[in-house]
Design a protein around this ligand. Structure first.
Ligand SMILES: [Zn+2]
Ligand SMILES: [Zn+2]
Length: 87
């Protein structure tokens, strides 16, 4: 392979590492490059916990608690099944 840098060498570049209070895992801000989300310095959580927190605070358009996040918004399990089966 070519000796190109892809910007993912976490340790060498010394990116800011944070400690997620939810899952108690350390994570780097660079992990947000790979997800459709942005790091929030006032609420430093890893992308997974951030998404879960976002879903947990949301409702599906039908009024049930959301369980999935999709492009168009938040969906409960029932609506997500419909959504997924249409695809
Ligand atoms: Zn976490
Ligand atoms: Zn629903």
């Amino acid at each position: 392979m070519n000796n190109q840098q892809n910007g993912l060498s976490a340790d060498e570049n010394g990116p800011e590492d944070f400690f997620c209070p939810c899952c108690e895992e350390a994570f780097s801000v660079s992990v947000f490059d790979d997800v459709d989300d942005e790091f929030d310095p006032t609420n430093p959580r890893c992308p997974d916990c951030k998404r879960e927190q976002r879903i947990a605070g949301s409702e599906c358009e039908c009024g049930q608690p959301a369980a999935h996040e999709v492009e168009s918004g938040m969906l409960c399990d029932d609506c997500f099944e419909d959504y997924a089966s249409v695809d």
